[in-house]
Write a protein of this length. Structure first.
Length: 228
């Protein structure tokens, strides 16, 4: 990696008295490792962003390797060590945090479910899956995103939950099995958000489908007692 990033530059400039001033280039890999190390703190919020501190560590090692090989041309060892420290920190604490959340986030009496078991397979008819039918009437826990056009007000008691960030943020019409109509039955309210939410409640399948304003309809509903 270092051969692609580093371009050692050696320059001399005459100074008073006829002496030469030696110039060392700052390792770009070292600098970029610190940048990725700082962005790596976002991995605390999402496990998918653990790639950022991993890149910080890789770039830091690349910078340190290049600095050792080109000691007369490159500098920035301390910067690379900072990038290594930042990246290593988040590569340790972020997975620990997300593991703890995963093990403790499901309320008692609820079954963890992913959108994957509710979505109809690619190429198959857009209809409730056999697993969805099994879950009909059960208490489930799942995560998803609020579809931005489904909120009737800034603080709404109902909305459409979708599985992925792209559908959430671009507001396209998802397949019917990619949507759940959510009704909040506690004192919680939903507002426009692009972050992932956790919900727990009673799941219902409507085989014939149900019309929803602004959408072609839904097959699934969730009476959510927990919303975060």
């Amino acid at each position: 990696m270092s051969t692609l990033i580093e371009e050692p530059v050696e320059a001399t400039e005459p100074v008073a008295g006829g002496e030469d001033f030696d110039y060392k280039a700052l390792s770009r890999a070292a600098v970029i490792s610190v940048i990725f190390g700082l962005f790596g703190f976002f991995a605390w919020e999402s496990p998918y962003l653990i790639v950022l501190p991993a890149l910080a560590v890789a770039l830091a090692f690349s910078g340190l390797s290049a600095i050792r090989r080109f000691q007369d041309e490159l500098t920035g060892k301390n910067i690379a060590l900072l990038g290594l420290a930042l990246g290593s920190l988040m590569m340790v604490v972020a997975p620990v945090k997300h593991t703890y959340v995963y093990l403790t986030e499901v309320p008692d009496g609820y079954e963890r479910v992913s959108f994957g078991v509710l979505k109809s397979p690619s190429g198959a008819p857009d209809a409730p899956t056999s697993e969805a039918v099994r879950l009909d009437g059960q208490k489930i826990f799942l995560k998803g995103y609020i579809h931005p056009t489904s909120l009737s007000s800034k603080n709404s008691k109902s909305f459409i939950l979708v599985p992925d960030w792209a559908t959430c943020c671009f507001g396209t019409q998802p397949p019917l099995t990619h949507m759940i109509e959510v009704h909040l039955v506690n004192d919680k309210y939903a507002s426009k958000s692009f972050r992932q939410h956790s919900l727990a409640g009673t799941f219902t399948v409507i085989p014939q489908g149900k019309a929803v304003e602004g959408f072609t309809g839904v097959y699934y509903q969730l009476e959510a007692e927990h919303f975060q």
